[in-house]
Design a protein around this ligand. Sequence first.
Ligand SMILES: Cc1cc2nc3c(=O)[nH]c(=O)nc-3n(C[C@H](O)[C@H](O)[C@H](O)COP(=O)(O)OP(=O)(O)OC[C@H]3O[C@@H](n4cnc5c(N)ncnc54)[C@H](O)[C@@H]3O)c2cc1C
Length: 457
Amino acid sequence: MAEIDIRSLGGRLRGRALAPGDDGWDEARRAWNLTADQHPDGVVLAEGVDDVRATVEFAREQGARVAPQSTGHAASGITSLEGTLLLRTLGMGGVEVDSGARRARVEGGAVWSAVAPKAAEHGLVGLSGSAGEVGVVGYTLGGGIGWLSRKHGLACNSVTSFEVVNAEGDVVRTAADSEPDLFWALRGGGGSFGVVTAMEFELYPLAEVYAGMIAWPAARGGDVVPAYLDWIEGLPEEMSAWVRFLTLPPIPQVPEHLRGVPLVDVTAAYAGPEAEGADLIRPLLDLGEPMMNTFATMPAAGLGALNGDPEEPVPGLGDGSLLGALPAEAVDAFVGVAGAESGSPLLSVQLRHLGGALARPADGGGATSSLDAEFALYAVGMAMGPDMAAATSAHVTKVGEALEPWSAGRRYLNFVDVPAPAALSFDDETYERLLSVRKRYDPDDLFRANHEVAPAV
Ligand SMILES: Cc1cc2nc3c(=O)[nH]c(=O)nc-3n(C[C@H](O)[C@H](O)[C@H](O)COP(=O)(O)OP(=O)(O)OC[C@H]3O[C@@H](n4cnc5c(N)ncnc54)[C@H](O)[C@@H]3O)c2cc1C
């Protein structure tokens, strides 16, 4: 392909178009996940829908592809950006809340931490995940599981409409009664179908939660993990509880006695009164003196900080999978590969309890309507240099292999952080339908997603 003259796009934009080597190039191509060393043919920093349209039209003229990206939290899933314009939507971060309709409308580059305070002004909350700096659109296109999902289901099934710039450069509004196939595909089918410039979704009334983290030394993992598995049986859908082997980094925000200390923790949120929540977590307190217990009533808007996910860009290497029920052998495997004696260099290996509304197909739901699994597993470490990257990556793989016997047979798109076929996240029928929607809306494969819906090669 001939070289793309990206500078000739600049005059058509409110935002900026950068070519390799331009001032600000490295910043423009940098993903939140610093392990993704992105080398597109050009970067567009879009400031509005017209910029997105101009980029799509320009890419078509030039025979280039377009990779929409907001934060780059999931950039490590992209194989290559050769012949591609990276279309950054972070400049389109608008958020509006309609308290009467209990809905939010966000632009294509909004992050959850911008939604939470605006929704909280009206005692409302959106179905965010565990990290406030994740993009609302990217998260939702991949499904979206967070602290309120057992009660309200996957975030994608709370979407009421998308505005999309399609492969022709036209703006299309899609909802249950308008372009329904596209609406279906965008809800959990990923970013292969167009550039989402705005999205509207339901908010839920919830001002406060009873939530926190209880942590013990990692050596207690052999007792804590089976006790956690017993405890979550029969928990109400208002309670989400996740168990994890965790080593907190040596940073000032972490209490000194916990810095660098391997822990096993249960972090949970209860969408109900404190008295009920405190009663529900009592069995955890019976497990013996923890090193830390932060359970308290907190604003629901603070849920984006509960899991302690990093806010600033980091070089993370992680991957995840979906698991079924975990018998005693699975507990041994989990503790063996992630616990105190494992030699794991990872920061976190977490099991998220699913079930509840996540297990029930949503009414008129999208491509990811429910998750037929008991747990989502996610393992992650840092790559602060080549040796650490190799050890981290090897151990992430080892965790996946150790738990593979209990795999639910499918992957969860948002927790696939390595290049992997999107087909692994869907049953055959759903994937066939996604392929046919892709063919209809993007017949020339203009859009490059991190997990692209494309025929097997
Ligand atoms: C620290 C951390 C915590 C996380 N916690 C959770 C969690 O609790 N629950 C959960 O479900 N997931 C979670 N994730 C996964 C996260 O939801 C995915 O990485 C998601 O894809 C991130 O979206 P993004 O827009 O921020 O990332 P990006 O890398 O910018 O985008 C990811 C992909 O989404 C698509 N995309 C993004 N914006 C657009 C757009 N405007 N139009 C079209 N396509 C677009 C593209 O295909 C892009 O490749 C977490 C990830 C991290 C790193």
